[in-house]
Design a binder for this molecule. Structure first.
Ligand SMILES: Cc1cc2nc3c(=O)[nH]c(=O)nc-3n(C[C@H](O)[C@H](O)[C@H](O)COP(=O)(O)OP(=O)(O)OC[C@H]3O[C@@H](n4cnc5c(N)ncnc54)[C@H](O)[C@@H]3O)c2cc1C
Length: 427
């Protein structure tokens, strides 16, 4: 079966990988000149296998007064108010209960554990460097309430065999001495020895190279997708600025841009763009070995080879880059004040970057089929796209398998594949 994968971010490339492994002919289409040029380009680089907490939670509600007053430094909320966004916001608020947050975090955790296994296998095959390291992760917390939440979460994680232990700040410094030079004050930390780091963009490039050279995948770059070819309830291919591409099945992996394309064929998914930023700097005097998150100030510090990536913030501002300069400068100054020795903050070449997280209200990706034959989605990975990409792609390939079977055998009754993993779809 010929499958068109729309989007060459880390989700599109991993999806193409599993489809090619299943024996499908794959064409990957993206408007960018290469692989991973949008949200997968310069993210926090964390393979956050144990920290899969979703944003919609009771603790987010506590931030609401600061968000509405515009005084929350790490999260700005000034979206263009469209009907879609209001629906998204109401859906998000509905997920902010303790039970929903726990269920969503657990669903992501299960997917993350599977991703870790899949990356282990794939790394052996790729035999190439994408700055992967078993670094461990420390999340620095500033209040007793955050510590209590962390203790509850770590008990749930332990049930799934995932280690995320609450430690004192002294223990955290023993694990990662670079924390001693951080400003704090911190009440304690969560230590996850099983969390890794790696560069998602380099990984996606390596996998794309393998797809092209060993699996004969076709890449159409600098090709803007303008619509889908539809006949009745069946999708027959993709319309692009460079002409039509026929396909037996289409998988939409367009990240934050997925809802716009799907809306053209009346498939509605709830995915909003949430802007975040990063800087990639030369190391400072005490570059941490573990990845370190300052939870209250909402930034992460990750060592990637001889560089330090500082990433953070979550801005609900629609598709706007207007405030990027100011936000990146704020991130730099916040990180410099909190962790002055981890990076050379004065370096003029700081590789400032911004990306749109494709965020669902429940923080879980949308993976599977739609009500249209031949149309599938794998998107909405929010804050965890790099972490979840492999398991999510494997799940998508499993979801497409019955369709491929009926297609190959020319069966009229196509088994129905349902979109799963998220409550954010109404197909
Ligand atoms: C600051 C920040 C830090 C983050 N840190 C982490 C982290 O540490 N760990 C983690 O797991 N996740 C992290 N994330 C989240 C992660 O980066 C995303 O979830 C992930 O990159 C999404 O991948 P994607 O392939 O779905 O989307 P994208 O990478 O955005 O890919 C979508 C692709 O679609 C293409 N496209 C869009 N519209 C069209 C069109 N009309 N025609 C053709 N092509 C089109 C784009 O060019 C793009 O290549 C972070 C995100 C941010 C912003």
């Amino acid at each position: 079966m010929h499958v068109a994968v729309l989007g060459a971010g880390v989700v599109g490339i991993t999806t193409a990988h599993f489809l090619a492994e299943a024996g499908h002919e794959v064409t990957i289409i993206d408007q960018a000149p290469g692989v991973a040029r949008e949200c997968s380009a310069a993210n926090g680089a964390q393979l956050s296998y144990s920290y899969t907490e979703v944003m919609a939670s009771p603790s987010f509600l506590l931030r609401l007064p600061g968000l509405t007053a515009g005084t929350d430094a790490a999260i700005h909320v000034r979206p263009p108010l469209t009907a879609d966004l209001i629906r998204w916001g109401l859906g998000f608020l509905g997920q902010c209960t303790r039970s929903s947050a726990a269920a969503n975090t657990r669903a992501n955790l299960e997917m993350a554990v599977r991703s870790a296994q899949l990356l282990r296998d794939l790394r052996d095959e790729l035999r190439a460097d994408f700055h992967y390291r078993q670094a461990g992760k420390l999340i620095l917390l500033s209040s007793d309430r955050e510590l209590d939440d962390a203790r509850r979460a770590s008990a749930v994680k332990a049930e799934l065999g995932v280690r995320a232990n609450v430690v004192s700040i002294e223990e955290a410094i023993d694990i990662e001495p670079a924390i001693a030079a951080m400003a704090g004050p911190y009440a304690g930390a969560v230590y996850s020895p099983g969390d890794d780091v790696g560069d998602s963009s380099e990984f996606a490039e390596l996998l794309a190279e393998r797809l092209e050279q060993q699996r004969g995948a076709r890449f159409l770059f600098e090709t803007s997708i303008t619509g889908l070819i539809r006949e009745g309830d069946t999708i027959l291919g993709v319309r692009t600025a460079g002409g039509d591409v026929e396909a037996d099945a289409v998988v939409v992996c367009l990240g934050a841009w997925s809802p716009a394309l799907l809306g053209k064929v009346d498939v509605r998914i709830r995915v909003a763009p949430v802007r975040g930023y990063s800087l990639t700097l030369p190391p400072g005097r005490t570059m941490p070995s573990a990845s370190v998150t300052d939870y209250g100030r909402r930034f992460v510090v990750t060592r990637l080879g001889e560089k330090v990536r500082i990433a953070g913030y979550a801005d609900f501002v629609g598709f706007s880059t207007r405030k990027d300069g100011r936000r990146i400068q704020h991130l730099l100054e916040t990180a410099r004040a909190a962790a002055p020795q981890v990076a050379d903050f004065g370096c003029p070449d700081n590789h400032a970057w911004g990306g749109y997280r494709p965020m669902t209200p429940d923080g879980r990706p949308i993976v599977g089929g739609t009500r249209l034959d031949g149309l599938f989605v794998n998107t909405g990975h929010g804050t965890l796209g790099w972490t979840l990409a492999l398991a999510s792609a494997e799940r998508l390939a499993d979801a497409i398998a019955p369709y491929a079977y009926s297609y190959r055998n020319d069966l009229t009754a196509t088994p129905v594949t349902t979109t799963e993993a998220s409550s954010s779809v109404s197909t």
